[in-house]
Design a protein around this ligand. Structure first.
Ligand code: BGC
Length: 720
């Protein structure tokens, strides 16, 4: 297809229709000659709908086939539609939420899951996925923590790039490749007070060092699309932030793919108080370099006037449309508008056995064992287990679970029953809904009685699906009072109790962690959560997951993250009661569970890290190595994540107390030991100095090879 010739043949209205995106229901409501409902509310005509460029939210292959065929009959230029969707952690087969996938520290399984999601999406007709979300997250209150891989920019960059490759394949030409869209540009995760959509305000230093790198990594990995964010950043809404999109993303980073707004965020610039009307929204956004507006119609309604008034140049429009057409071309849509869409393949692959197995493995790898005082694993010969709690008998797919249906997901009780067909597995699920307190004593009594009668208890607690995700921030990220009460009663009735948490964010467990002997989180594990839970509980698979967001004692510590600054008055130690230092009088400074933390059914002994040389010469291209020997000191095989951290002790801008610069995931048999060697080079010590240059400054550094961000002994290195 000669997209330049095609562009030339298009009218302005047709171009603007390419630049506007509506939900499938809007397109349907405008399909008839008599435009109705949502399309009419947006002021769209049948001509706008006929020339539409893309849509979001389609469900099945059948729907896509029908819509694409109908569209091609009506569109004067016969340009196929792009079908976009949020396939955040699986299309129909749901794997754990990204925060859980982050906890795997396993790029291979993250990649495999994204390939699976791409395949199910592609056969169901999706061509663009609004994922990965690489927003850095530091505040446990924010509902969208679940969509991120955590609080570290370096780690999110790696994972974001892996996800882009997983969706897009090598070149987008593969049958099951779909385009990825990195979001939300930029700094959406820094919403003040952890409240979704709230303003963000930050220094350049923090922005460049922590918030920008993961978007950049996705761009460098070849992501096809970027979505701007809802928030205002330092006073300018990102939907109309010309510096952000034009200068930084397109100019400095050279991104030439499609930029799309977030849902209705053009109009929302009026609420922000940045512009007065939708005409100004269109002007700001198009001049800012945003190609597609999602779920609003400012381009369609105002562009002609803006061009006539000389406020927007026609070339701006052409450039935007060209980028959209180029994406369609790359996806091969002009030759094959339906691409992989197929009712037969949809039935064959969605929720197929192979995909369910992968989802189960991912849920197993994502789970993090937080505490275990001799309760887990359960014996294979156990005769009876009481599964208790609001989430005992339901599937737990989590927010953004696309076409996933919790009815198709395995609950904990079903998982255990399938794993242990001869044991008696009772279920007391209704004792609290997690929202109200347990004044319903009958149910509490039932739970206590069930706990007494069983050999062991699995208490399924945490958050309902809708307590995290978009718009779902929480001011108190602890367990609800009813669940805490349940823990106390049930553990009193049966001390062999393990608490299985479902959560879309770090929970503040400071006030309950001593009330039960074992806690682990499975996040929102997806389709195979219950089967994964059974395998973990029985020790058929080990716990390998490690946190990528700190778990606080108390919500008042938020935002809490490991790579903080030292301050001028650091607290001398966790137990110190010294005054006039940076501390809380009623809570530790440290998190309850740090970044990188995760227990196993075995134990690992980390030896003393050894550095190959104590100095590194700046500009020499030299490398040093940091080696540490790790031994499995327990009785079962297990996996640990050896983490490399650095600290720049004195710099022209103060530096974090630790920064992750590498990791290696190793599996050791009982008694086995292995030496892990990290290569350390100047680049790893670099940061954006006051001059704006990325460089390493000479001076002293500390290095750690440790099992989490709070452990290990530092080894000194000097950059000379
Ligand atoms: C969300 C985006 C999402 C879009 C389309 C918005 O509300 O912020 O992350 O991609 O909706 O569903």
């Amino acid at each position: 297809m000669d997209i330049y010739a095609l562009l030339k043949s298009m009218t302005l209205e047709e171009k603007l229709a390419q630049m506007s995106q509506y939900g499938t229901s809007v397109l349907d409501s405008g399909a008839a000659d008599d435009v109705t409902g949502p399309a009419r509310d947006l002021g769209l005509t049948a001509e706008h709908i006929a020339a539409a460029g893309s849509t979001l939210g389609s469900g099945t292959a059948e729907q896509v086939i029908a819509m694409q065929k109908a569209h091609l009959e009506k569109d004067p230029n016969k340009i196929p539609l792009l079908f976009m969707r949020d396939v955040i952690h699986g299309y129909r087969t749901i794997y754990p939420i990204p925060l859980g996938m982050g906890a795997t520290w396993d790029e291979k399984i993250v990649y495999d899951c994204c390939r699976m999601a791409a395949k199910e999406s592609a056969v169901s007709g999706i061509t663009v996925n609004f994922s990965p979300m690489v927003d850095l997250v530091r505040d446990c209150r924010w509902g969208r923590n679940m969509e991120s891989t955590g609080e570290d920019a370096w780690y999110n960059s790696r994972m974001g790039a892996v996800m882009v490759k997983g969706y897009q394949g090598d070149d987008l030409k593969g049958k099951y490749d779909i385009a990825a869209c990195v979001k939300h540009f930029a700094a959406y995760g820094a919403a003040e007070s952890g409240r979704d959509y709230n303003t963000t305000d930050m220094s350049d230093y923090t922005f460049y060092e922590h918030y920008l790198p993961a978007y950049r990594a996705a761009v460098d990995a070849g992501v096809e699309m970027v979505m701007t964010s809802f928030n205002a950043l330092n006073g300018v809404p990102c939907a109309g932030n010309q510096w952000l999109v034009n200068d930084l993303l397109r100019g400095e980073w050279g991104f030439d793919g499609v930029v799309i707004s977030d849902w209705n965020s053009f109009y929302e610039m009026i609420n922000h108080g940045f512009i007065e009307n939708s005409k100004q929204a269109a002007e700001k956004a198009v001049n800012g370099g945003t190609d597609i507006e999602m779920m609003s119609s400012t381009y369609i309604h105002h562009m002609k006037a803006l061009i006539d008034e000389g406020k927007v140049r026609k070339e701006q429009i052409d450039r935007a449309v060209l980028r959209i057409l180029r994406l369609k071309e790359k996806l091969g849509l002009f030759e094959n508008p339906l691409r992989a869409t197929s009712v037969e393949e949809e039935a064959k692959y969605c929720l197929c056995e192979e995909h369910r197995t992968l989802a189960r493995r991912a849920a197993e790898q994502a789970a993090v064992l937080l505490k275990n005082e001799g309760v887990l694993p359960l014996s294979e010969n156990i005769k009876s287990i009481a599964v208790i709690g609001p989430f005992a008998a339901c599937g737990m797919n989590g927010w953004w679970s696309c076409q996933g249906d919790t009815k198709e997901s395995v609950s904990v009780v079903d998982g255990l029953r399938a794993a242990l067909p001869h044991a008696e597995i009772t279920c007391t699920a209704g004792c609290t809904d997690g929202l109200h307190d347990s004044s319903n004593d009958t149910m509490l009594e039932k739970a206590i009685a069930a706990a007494r009668e069983a050999e062991a208890v699995i208490l399924c607690l945490g958050e309902q699906e809708g307590w995290s995700g978009e718009g779902n921030s929480r001011a108190d990220v602890g367990l609800p009072a009813a669940q805490k009460e349940l823990i106390r009663h049930v553990v009193a009735a049966n001390p062999r109790t393990a608490v299985l948490l479902f959560n879309g964010r770090p929970l503040a467990l400071g006030d309950v962690i001593n009330d039960a002997p074992a806690f682990f989180t499975m996040w929102q594990p997806g389709t195979e959560g219950g089967s994964a839970a059974a395998n973990l509980l029985l020790g058929r698979v080990n716990f390998n997951g490690h946190l990528t967001m700190s778990f606080p004692y108390h919500v008042g510590q938020a935002p809490i993250y490991y790579n903080r600054m030292n301050t001028g008055r650091p607290k001398p130690g966790d137990d110190s009661t010294m005054g006039y230092v940076s501390r809380y009088v009623d809570c530790p400074n440290a998190p309850l569970f740090p970044f990188g933390y995760g227990l196993s059914y075995t134990t690992f002994a980390y030896g003393k890290p050894i550095l190959s040389a104590n100095t590194l010469k700046k500009g020499s291209g030299e490398q040093v190595t940091l080696s540490v020997t790790v031994k499995n000191t327990g009785y079962v095989a297990g996996t640990t994540v050896v983490q490399l951290y650095i600290r720049d002790l004195v710099a022209s801008l103060v530096r974090p107390v630790r920064e992750l610069r590498g990791y290696e995931r190793i599996t050791l048999a009982p008694g086995e030991e292995r030496t892990v060697t990290f290569t350390v080079e100047e680049d790893m010590l670099a940061f954006r100095t006051e001059s704006g240059k990325i460089e390493a400054e000479t001076g002293d550094f500390h290095l750690w090879a440790a099992s989490d961000a709070a452990s290990g002994e530092p080894v000194p290195l000097t950059l000379v």
